[in-house]
Design a protein around this ligand. Structure first.
Ligand SMILES: Nc1ncnc2c1ncn2[C@@H]1O[C@H](COP(=O)(O)OP(=O)(O)O)[C@@H](O)[C@H]1O
Ligand SMILES: [Mg+2]
Length: 150
């Protein structure tokens, strides 16, 4: 049923639980595992007269920022029995970027954490997981670290 599984990784405990579930399913379904991390960069700007001009972030900065999460994902995936995961660090809006990746790569299951690094109290679902669930071209599994499967 599932042949290509995408896990959304932001370095949070929830995403760690999503990776564990994704690895488990990838092995059960003999599916390939694709992990995408979209670093959320602080906006740099300089003052030009009375205005602020945004300084575009370089691809190198994005890759460097995302590397620790990507490295940990590779290690964790191996611990969970998947050594062949593809791990991509991509630029853009996290949900939009992962949805575009899912469509382009014929992903048939997306696994994300219920919450992420934001941890706004009062929200049950984070905004990224909400957008993924609402707009994905395939089923979405939303995982929390406290679940009995975790
Ligand atoms: N920048 C990101 N790159 C990849 N996956 C992400 C990113 N941000 C969030 N996710 C995925 O979405 C889940 C929920 O995070 P999010 O919706 O951002 O909640 P919060 O508002 O608590 O940060 C995460 O556990 C992760 O699976
Ligand atoms: Mg977040």
């Amino acid at each position: 049923m599932f042949t290509k599984i995408l896990v959304a990784a932001d370095g949070s405990d929830h995403a760690f639980a999503a990776l564990r579930a994704g690895c488990d399913l990838a092995q059960k379904y003999d599916a390939s595992l694709h992990v995408v991390h979209v670093p959320e960069m602080a906006v740099n700007a300089i003052a030009v007269g009375a205005a602020f001009v945004e300084i575009p972030t370089s691809d190198e900065d994005i890759l460097e920022t995302g590397k620790p999460v990507a490295d940990k994902v590779r290690k964790d995936a191996e611990t969970f029995g998947v050594s062949s995961a593809s791990v991509d660090i991509l630029r853009g809006d996290p949900a939009e970027t992962m949805l575009a990746y899912a469509a382009k790569n014929d992903i048939d299951l997306i696994v994300s954490g219920r919450r992420g690094l934001g941890r706004l109290t009062g929200l049950l679902l984070g905004s990224v997981s909400q957008k993924l669930a609402a707009h994905a071209p395939c089923p979405v599994l939303t995982v929390n670290p406290g679940g009995s499967h975790a």
